[in-house]
Design a protein around this ligand. Sequence first.
Ligand code: ADP
Ligand code: MG
Length: 315
Amino acid sequence: MSLHPTDLSPQNMADGQRAVEPLEHSSTPPALELDGISLAFREKRSSLPVLQDVSLSVRPGEFVSLIGPSGSGKSTLFHIIGGLLKPQLGHIRMNGQDVTGERGHISYMPQQPALFPWRTTLDNVLLGQENAPRKDTAAQPRHTSERERREEALQWLEQVGLGPFAKAYPHTLSGGMQQRAAFLRALLSPQELMLLDEPFSALDALTRGDMQQWLLRMWEKNRRSVLFITHSIEEALLLSDRIYVLSARPASVIHVVDVPFPRPRREEITLDPRFIEWKRKMTGWMREEKHRLDGDTDITGSVREDTSGIGAKPL
Ligand code: ADP
Ligand code: MG
């Protein structure tokens, strides 16, 4: 691997980080702001701490990823953002409004596509709009009639290669096609913020790669505010503007990476030496965290250290 020392100098990376305007200087409030979220699941006599003082933000039109060990509390955090669970401590704000414990503010794409088998692809895609309170968004003005919404959904289905399957039922679609339909359902929901919980983890490697490229192009066209959970470091680096790395349970944010690669991004970026170096570095963090989880005391103390100087921000 040949690295250009200048590419990886702390100076260069610090410049990359400054390219994103700091929150406190931004005039518009974040699309999503989590402020000191803590939650423990309480059973009769015991308590399972799952989230520990988690703070993060997604600015309007930003693609932000959460990465962390399995069982660390990522899906629980989504349930809190979606208002299905209430945190014991902390607040959730969307566009500056406190929405802690409230439902209906986000669109959500789960790990499994969760399409209704008795509804056609088109009717599944339209479901997000039926279930949400109608309000104006850039994608969906309130006055849109049902016929117009169907027309629009059909055009989107064409765009993502599902046109011929609009009237087909989900069981006739491949895994990747079902995920595209589930993504469209979330995209066409009127809520501005999309939460995507490991949407590609059930797909085979080739389909997953295709879907990543597809999502990248779709997002670059639409620029919705996205919070994305993934296990894959490469996926996070390819797609995100910023990545929050979570510790093992109870999850807290141990690193924040402002991804320095310009957009539009394409698959070739994964061969860039800087990409490979970031991947290597983040893999090291994840491995340390896993060892800490497994009780390997030798490296416990090194989890929060950043000695490489390539400019990530340990917290
Ligand atoms: P991740 O999505 O990071 O894999 P989860 O958020 O699903 O992790 O789960 C975090 C931890 O919380 C796990 O140990 C899980 O067993 C536990 N957990 C999740 N939901 C509940 C619940 N409703 N009641 C009790 N424990 C739960
Ligand atoms: Mg999960």
